[in-house]
Design a protein around this ligand. Sequence first.
Ligand code: F6P
Length: 323
Amino acid sequence: MNSVKTVAVLTSGGDAPGMNAAVRAVVRTGIYNGLKVLGIKKGYEGLLRGDIEEMTLRSVGDIIQKGGTILQTARSKEFTTKAGLEKAMSMAKIFDIDALVVIGGDGSYRGARDLSELGMNVIGIPGTIDNDIACTEYTIGYDTAMNTVLDAIDKIRDTSYSHERCSVLEVMGRNAGWIAVNCGIAGGAEAIILPEKEFDIDKDIIIPIVEGRNRGKKHYLVIVAEGVGGAVEIAKYIEEKTEITTRATILGYIQRGGSPTVTDRVMASRMGAMAINLLLEGKKNRIIAVRDGKLTDLEINEALNMEKTIDGDLIDLSRILAL
Ligand code: F6P
């Protein structure tokens, strides 16, 4: 059964709204169950440098509503080397860390898996706005980011309508189009361009705009996923071909920050508590995930070997509704 006495928690990769709620849940559930909980600053960088401090019930007070991560985060190059991993393990021994909770994405899990091969017990919590972690349907921060994008779309629509313009909006997601497809549907886009689906600029963007204009449409929205990119060039091309004034907006970091939504706060809280409960049950090297709408956990290598792609029905729906 459980031999864990000291648990450390870190956030790694891109920050995502709700990470603080997950840290809070790890700390409070851990302390409630008699564990010592350490916070590691700046992801694996902090583990390498021993930038580690004991967390208390109060050190996670007043953070549930905050975006970003109070532990800060980083993408560490040194940690990916053999020497870096060994250094991290020896630092973990100095601090008596029995288990490590990693809040981040697939890249962070790969680091966790490498540590597990050296004997560390690791638990992964999915945290990224991109929703690009293969084993899970939901990631912390994704819901907030989509609501932020939708708010931007609604504002841009006001101006597009008033001036009878076209707007091209580039949204984040790294190599995945989850934010783009859902916000495109929710925002009523004329065209959604995703990395998961090849596109033809004339067939997929110009024709829907021109046909829409012939049916009486007065303004147009094109969503481009970051994994395709080129929003500025696409906007120029649309203006050239249609003579509709077209502007590009690249939303950037505005999508990463901000106060987490109810969904992100509650899911992050449940996942943080679950991480501690898995350790108390004596489980080792698990990734927490949502599958078929339910919270579950998978062995880390199994989780890392999975793949996921956007449901074709969502893409078809977006095309029909843009008519
Ligand atoms: O993973 C979150 C994310 O914002 C991606 O959407 C984007 O590709 C990447 O991080 C940007 O990373 P950075 O902040 O390091 O430039």
